[in-house]
Design a binder for this molecule. Structure first.
Ligand code: GDP
Ligand code: MN
Length: 396
């Protein structure tokens, strides 16, 4: 689950990571109030107005603007709230901005230069270890740095059983070229950041930029956080951070019906029970000359209600020319699934694409009979080969 910058920063702060302080606002008026409060609490004369969307590169797209007085706060907030923000990560249609973070300006002049770094913590699945990636080249596209100057990106592996060691935080601060107070503050920053990542069961914490201020403090200016969906049950406190308006609407609908759905680009929709069978089914579709339009695992209970919800979701995709239902009746009986398919089909009344149903397992023969006798435009198969041939036939 992705969350907004302002939410990621709240989590960071609760673990003792210093952040660029800010207040979230839904309207230009609230933005002005937020700016006044930031002046009171942190004595920040200038503020930045930052669009809150689930995508990076907002600065480049015009979604991060400096405001030097309250009129400018109101003007910038008016410009940004309601805009369709296009960044290198949103795709050409952009994303609608409904909230801004009004944040203290932390690039103020002072004794020493400000400096932007890149730091992220993520999971290296192939080694089963956590990894801190960091670079002196922060603020801009880290992808660009990775491509053209990969030697400027450092990696530190952390064994989750042992945890982050003090020598590692010192090594990171050293490699970032810091000394004195900034060096010390960076070691604290890294330790707190790692703790936040670890304790929240996150898959990623990316802070770009991490800023060294002109008075040698280290703080998080941005926060891109991905919480592990499979661990959310351990963190009820994060449930309210979900913003479904940022997610693919069909995938939101699917998860509300307990369906595991991922949209793909092909022409054959599929409805399967079990992720392994779903993958095998996608292979069959390809062998039959089609391309899967989606991955859809209906899980253990393939009854009329789930089948209907699955039909509705698959048919939202205009590219779908046929649907292959491939269900193994182990716990669930095939004849009950068949009845579910017939009921959902009849109830929806407007299905115009051919449906191929392959049911194997308990009562497979009875199930095939039910479908063949239903009089609907549904083709049944028991063997996988028969199902694949039917897919080729309806696509031809
Ligand atoms: P992103 O573009 O979506 O990654 O958003 P960021 O939060 O990283 O902000 C983009 C850029 O805005 C940063 O790299 C900074 O250069 C600039 N920026 C952010 N906060 C401030 C601030 O407090 N003052 C000034 N002057 N610039 C800022
Ligand atoms: Mn950033």
């Amino acid at each position: 689950m992705n969350i907004h910058e302002y939410q990621g920063k709240q989590i960071l702060k609760s673990f003792g990571v210093r952040i660029q302080e800010g207040i979230v606002a839904d309207t230009p008026e609230q933005a002005v109030e937020a700016a006044k409060k930031l002046k009171e609490d942190y004595n920040s004369d200038w503020v930045v107005i930052k669009a809150q969307i689930h995508a990076g590169g907002r600065g480049k797209g015009g979604g991060v603007k400096l405001a030097k007085n309250l009129e400018e706060v109101k003007q910038r907030a008016t410009d940004i709230i309601g805009m369709q923000l296009i960044t290198p990560q949103t795709g050409p249609q952009g994303k609608l901005v409904s909230k801004v973070l009004v944040a203290q300006d932390v690039y103020y002049p002072g004794e020493s230069e400000t400096k932007e770094f890149y730091v992220s913590v993520l999971l290296n699945r192939s080694t089963g270890k956590n990894i801190i990636m960091y670079s002196t080249e922060g603020g801009m596209d880290i992808e660009e740095v990775a491509e053209h100057t990969p030697h400027l990106i450092f990696k530190e592996e952390i064994d989750p059983k042992v945890g982050l060691q003090a020598f590692q935080t010192r090594k990171i601060a050293f490699n970032l070229g810091l000394s004195g107070a900034a060096f010390k503050d960076m070691t604290k920053f890294i330790a707190a950041l790692y703790k936040a990542y670890d304790a929240t069961d996150s898959s990623m914490f990316e802070i770009n930029p991490v800023l060294k201020t002109s008075d040698d403090k280290i703080l998080a200016v941005d926060a891109k956080v991905n919480l592990d969906d499979n661990a959310l049950f351990r963190h009820p406190e994060f449930a309210a951070m979900r913003d479904t308006s940022e997610e693919d609407p069909t995938e939101v609908e699917a998860s509300a019906s307990n369906l595991n759905y991922v949209k793909l680009d092909g022409n054959v929709g599929c409805m399967v029970n079990g992720a392994g069978l779903a993958m095998a089914t996608m292979d069959i579709i390809k062998i039959a000359g089609g391309e899967p339009a989606n991955f859809l695992d209906v899980g253990g209970t393939a009854n009329a209600t789930t089948v209907k919800a699955a039909f509705q979701i698959i048919l939202k995709d205009p590219k779908v020319e046929a649907i292959l239902i491939n269900i193994f009746g182990g716990i669930v009986r095939c004849d009950r699934v068949a009845q579910g398919v017939i009921d959902a089909y009849t109830e929806m009344g407007n299905i115009s694409v051919p449906i191929i149903v392959r049911l194997q397992g308990t009562n497979a023969v009875e199930a095939k009979k039910l479908i063949d006798e239903s009089g609907l435009k549904v083709f049944s198969a028991i063997l996988l080969k028969e199902a694949a041939d039917l897919v080729s036939e309806v696509l031809a």
